[in-house]
Design a protein around this ligand. Structure first.
Ligand SMILES: C[S@@+](CC[C@H](N)C(=O)[O-])C[C@H]1O[C@@H](n2cnc3c(N)ncnc32)[C@H](O)[C@@H]1O
Ligand SMILES: Nc1nc2[nH]cc(C(=O)O)c2c(=O)[nH]1
Ligand code: SF4
Ligand SMILES: [Mg+2]
Length: 240
């Protein structure tokens, strides 16, 4: 039986981002990422600082862990990371276990890798990375993924672009132009992920800035602009 490197499990909490914002969900965060975004708010999944916290878990053990944490108090599990798309069939098996119990599976990934289990996901969020991240988008790979989820998947899929500056905004426009039929969510970047205390004022200022860009832009009439809702409420606290 193949295993999944899990760095944390938490919840129930409220999905704070994207297409299913506001939904009660558990989180399973996998270890390891093929990217190194300069502003990553979950860098402990790849920078080595929490390596000793990784547990290799079978799908059944993860489900048992979630049930222990929350009992029956959830019907959605969000698998994030790191990049969960680095992991093969074990996640497919985990999704099957969730579905057997009538639980939905949501995925957060950046669109750099495909896995066949994407087709079985209920909510697939693809979040390609803008220039401020320091990462370079492989547009061919992203295109392959968008075609595959569009043609075969049952997944309700959407694109989510984090925007820190004007150049990132241009990148988001490019993504929207390439995939105009796919729901696009814009999310302002949190430029200090270690600040303690109440960061909501700073984040709301960035949200207003992004609102104003979209309001002025006829190319973005269908984009949706959302905060990281959990960060407004729980700030930079981990496991929320
Ligand atoms: C930590 S990532 C993990 C999943 C996957 N690696 C990805 O990037 O899509 C989860 C989400 O948080 C977003 N994110 C990470 N750091 C952020 C920051 N400083 N401000 C706003 N969003 C951030 C990412 O863009 C992604 O949409
Ligand atoms: N509440 C909450 N919502 C989220 N949406 C995406 C998250 C992530 O880190 O992938 C996240 C997270 O870490 N917490
Ligand atoms: S792709 Fe996601 S997890 Fe990986 S470094 Fe970027 S934001 Fe962090
Ligand atoms: Mg997060």
């Amino acid at each position: 039986m193949s295993k999944i490197p899990v760095i944390e499990m938490f919840g129930p909490t409220i999905q704070g981002e994207g297409a299913v914002i506001g939904v009660k969900t558990m989180f399973v965060r996998t270890y390891g990422c093929d990217y190194r975004c300069s502003w990553c708010d979950s860098a402990f999944t790849w920078d080595g600082s929490a390596k000793d916290k990784v547990t290799m878990m079978e799908p059944q053990e993860i489900l048992a862990g979630l049930l222990e944490l929350a009992g029956e108090n959830f019907n959605c599990v969000t698998i994030s990371g790191g990049n969960p798309a680095l992991i093969g069939e074990a996640i497919g098996e985990f999704i099957t276990l969730l579905h057997e119990r009538g639980i939905q599976a949501a995925i957060e990934t950046q669109g750099s890798r495909w896995q066949d289990w994407f087709n079985d996901v209920d909510v697939l969020t693809i979040s390609p990375k803008p220039p401020s991240s320091g990462m370079k988008t492989d547009w061919d790979k992203l295109h392959e993924i968008m075609l595959r989820v569009g043609n075969h998947g049952k997944a309700a899929h959407s694109l989510k672009v984090v925007v820190f500056n004007q150049e990132d905004y241009e990148y988001a426009r490019k993504v929207h132009f390439k995939y105009p039929e796919v729901p696009l969510f814009l999310q302002p970047g949190n430029d200090n992920v270690t600040e303690e205390g109440d960061i909501s004022g700073r984040l709301l200022g960035r949200l207003e800035w992004l609102f104003n860009l979209v309001i002025a832009d006829p190319q973005m009439n269908r984009a949706r602009v959302l905060p990281q809702l959990h960060a407004l409420i729980w700030h930079n606290k981990r496991g929320k």
